[in-house]
Design a protein around this ligand. Structure first.
Ligand code: ADP
Length: 558
C-alpha cells in the first residue's frame, strides 16, 4: 500500500480536516445506534502513530479527539499494512482473534475496522468501532454501511483539501504581485477566475448533494430519519422515516403544531423549551419523548438529536438532526424499572418486621444486662439501617423514573438540618472528623426529608471515598443570592473525564481505588434529580488524588 511519512504538522492538519467534515458526528452516532456498539472513531493511522481524529464514546473507553494509542497494540496497525478490513462479531469465539493481544488488552468482544483510503490511493486511517459485548457485524448491511461511510469521509477530506489549496493559491498570488500590476491584471482575469470558481463550486455542490443523499440512505436503513427546522419561519422538513413514525402523509408539508399535537401532552412543554433554547442560544439538543401515530394510534418512544448551524454572520441558519425509534429500549427500561420498584417494595415489609423484632430483643437484653447480645443486636440494627437506605434508594429511582416522586415543601432552617445530619453521622462514623462552618441561620422552602437525603448521601460519599483520619468540611452560606452547601473531602478525587457522568443513573467510577468500595451509583443521580426539582443546582469541583468538593444551591425563602 502506498504511503508517505507524514510530519507532526501534517497529522495535526489531518485531525483538523476530519473535524471540519460536518457529517462525521452523525456517522459515528449512526454506527453506534445501528450496531449497538458503544465506541466508534475515525483514526489517523501512520507507520508511527494511531491518533483519534473524531470519537463517540458511550462506554467510557476514555479516548477523546487527539488521543494516541501505541500503534503496535492496535489492530488498525495490521489493517494499514494489509489494506484489508477486520470484522469480529465475538472475540472469544473467533478462531483467528480469540488469543490476539489487542482484545485482551482493551477488553472488547466485538470489533470492526474499515480502511479509509484517500482518492490518490494512500492510506489515511480507519473507521472503527468496539464494544465489550459481542455484536452482529459480519453481514453485508453493516459492512456495506461502514464502506459507504469510509468513502464519504475520504470524499470530504478531498473536498476540504481542494478548497484549502485554492484558497492558499489565491492568497499567494495576491501577495506576490505589486499593487499596480495586480490592479491591471486582476481586472482582466477576474471574470475568468470567477467563472472558474463558479464551475468548481457547482461541481462541489453537486458532489456534496450526492454524498448527503448517500448519508440519508444509510440513515434510513439504520431505522433512523433526519429532520430540519428553519429558525426564522419554523418551517419543518423531515425524511420519510420520520413522517412514517408520526403517520403523516409522505407528500404533504407538516407544520410544527401538527408535530407537537402528536407528542405526549406531558412532554410538549419540555420539547418547546428545548426548541426555543436551541434556536435562541444555539445549543445542541438531545431529547426522548413518546408520540402517538396519528393514523394507527400506536404509541412509540423516539429520540431526536439536533444541532444549530450558523451562517457567516453567526446567525442560526438551520436547526437539524437525527430522529430514531427507541421504543424497544424504552420498554425494556420501563420493565426493568417496574421490576426494581416491585422488588424494593416487597423487601421493605419483611425488613420492617425484622427491625421491630431486633428492637424488642435489644430492649429485653438490656433489661437482663446481657452485654454481648445487646452489642450484637446494635450491630444487626446498623446493618438493617444500611439495607433500608439501599432499598429506599432503589424505590426512589423507580418512583422518579415513573414520575411518581413528589415534593412536600415547607420552610425550615437549612443550617439546622445540616447540623442534625452531621450529629447523626458522628454517631456511626468515628473514622473521620466532620467540621461545620455556617453563617447566620439560612431559611429555605423545600422538601426537608429529601434535602436530608442529599446531605446524607454527600456525607457518606465523603467518608466512603477518603481514607480514615481525614477531615470533612461542611459549609452552609449565602452565595449569589442562593443558599449554598458544600461538602469537602480530602479523598481520592475524581478525574475530569468522569465528572460529567457522575450524576447519571448507575454511573460508578471504575478504577483500582473504587473497585473494593460498594455502591450502586444511584446516590448522586437521586441527589441531582432532587436538587433540580427544587430549581437548584448541584456540581462538583475535584482534583484527582487531592480531594473533592460537592456543592448544591437552593433558592432562599422570601
Ligand atoms: P455509589 O457511591 O453508590 O457508587 P453515587 O451515585 O453516590 O454512588 O456516586 C457515584 C460515583 O461517584 C461513585 O461510584 C464514585 O466513583 C464517585 N464519587 C462520589 N462521591 C465521591 C467523592 N466524594 N470522592 C470521589 N469519588 C466520588
Amino acid at each position: 500500500m502506498a504511503n508517505t511519512d507524514p510530519s507532526q504538522a501534517s497529522i495535526q492538519a489531518d485531525i483538523e480536516a476530519v473535524g471540519k467534515i460536518p457529517v462525521v458526528d452523525s456517522i459515528l452516532e449512526v454506527i453506534c445506534h445501528t450496531t449497538g456498539m458503544g465506541f466508534a472513531a475515525v483514526a489517523r493511522v501512520t507507520d508511527q502513530q494511531w491518533i483519534a481524529c473524531s470519537v463517540r464514546d458511550e462506554i467510557n473507553f476514555g479516548l477523546v479527539k487527539g488521543s494516541e494509542l501505541q500503534l503496535e497494540t492496535t489492530i488498525c496497525h495490521e489493517i494499514r499494512q494489509s489494506g484489508e478490513r477486520v470484522v469480529i462479531d465475538h472475540v472469544s469465539e473467533d478462531p483467528k482473534f480469540f488469543a490476539h493481544h489487542t482484545p485482551a488488552m482493551y477488553g472488547f468482544q466485538s470489533y470492526i475496522s474499515i480502511p479509509i483510503t484517500r482518492t490518490d490511493g494512500t492510506f489515511f486511517g480507519t473507521l472503527c468501532a468496539i464494544d465489550p459485548k459481542p455484536a452482529k457485524l459480519n453481514n453485508p448491511h453493516i459492512v456495506g454501511m461502514f464502506k459507504l461511510f469510509s468513502e464519504l469521509i475520504s470524499f470530504h477530506l478531498n473536498a476540504i483539501e481542494q478548497l484549502d489549496a485554492s484558497e492558499t493559491k489565491l492568497i499567494e498570488e495576491r501577495k506576490g504581485k505589486n499593487l499596480q500590476e495586480l490592479f491591471n491584471k486582476e481586472l482582466s482575469t477576474a471574470n475568468k477566475k470567477l467563472a472558474e470558481t463558479q464551475y468548481n463550486l457547482q461541481t462541489m455542490v453537486s458532489k456534496l448533494t450526492e454524498s448527503e443523499d448517500k448519508l440519508k440512505q444509510a440513515i434510513e436503513t439504520g431505522r433512523m430519519g433526519t429532520w430540519s427546522i428553519n429558525p426564522s419561519t419554523y418551517e419543518v422538513t423531515m425524511s420519510n422515516f420520520v413522517k412514517d413514525m408520526f403517520g403523516f402523509p409522505i407528500d404533504q408539508e407538516i407544520s410544527i403544531e401538527e408535530i407537537v399535537d402528536a407528542v405526549d401532552p406531558d412532554y410538549r412543554q419540555m420539547l418547546m423549551d428545548v426548541l426555543g433554547r436551541a434556536i435562541a442560544r444555539h445549543e445542541s439538543s438531545d431529547v426522548e419523548y413518546p408520540i402517538t401515530n396519528v393514523v394507527t394510534n400506536e404509541r412509540k418512544w423516539v429520540k431526536a438529536t439536533g444541532k444549530v448551524f450558523l451562517n457567516a454572520d453567526g446567525e442560526a441558519m438551520e436547526y437539524s438532526g437525527i430522529f430514531m425509534d427507541i421504543t424497544e429500549r424504552k420498554m425494556d427500561d420501563i420493565r426493568k424499572n417496574d421490576f426494581i420498584g416491585m422488588v424494593s417494595h416487597e423487601l421493605k415489609t419483611p425488613l420492617t418486621s425484622l427491625s421491630a423484632y431486633i428492637q424488642m430483643l435489644h430492649a429485653k437484653a438490656k433489661k437482663t444486662e446481657d452485654n454481648f447480645t445487646t452489642g450484637a443486636l446494635e450491630k444487626a440494627n446498623t446493618q438493617i439501617k444500611k439495607m433500608s437506605t439501599m432499598i429506599n434508594g432503589f424505590l426512589n429511582v423507580s418512583r422518579l423514573e415513573s414520575g411518581k416522586i413528589q415534593l412536600v415543601k415547607h420552610e425550615f432552617f437549612l443550617d439546622q438540618l445540616i447540623r442534625d445530619m452531621i450529629e447523626e453521622t458522628r454517631l456511626t462514623v468515628s473514622s473521620h472528623t466532620v467540621r461545620f462552618i455556617s453563617d447566620d441561620p439560612i431559611s429555605v422552602v423545600a422538601d426537608r426529608d429529601k434535602i436530608a437525603n442529599v446531605i446524607s448521601n454527600l456525607l457518606s460519599n465523603a467518608v466512603k471515598y477518603s481514607l480514615k483520619g481525614r477531615n470533612i468540611d461542611v459549609q452552609c452560606k449565602i452565595a449569589d443570592g442562593k443558599a449554598q452547601v458544600s461538602v469537602k473531602d480530602e479523598g481520592m478525587g475524581i478525574k475530569q473525564q468522569d465528572i460529567d457522568k457522575l450524576f447519571s443513573r448507575f454511573y460508578r467510577v471504575n478504577n483500582k481505588h473504587t473497585q473494593h468500595i460498594s455502591g450502586f451509583g444511584i446516590g448522586l443521580y437521586l441527589s441531582a434529580e432532587i436538587i433540580e426539582r427544587h430549581d437548584g443546582r448541584i456540581w462538583v469541583e475535584s482534583t484527582s488524588g487531592i480531594g473533592s468538593t460537592f456543592y448544591f444551591s437552593l433558592p432562599l425563602s422570601r
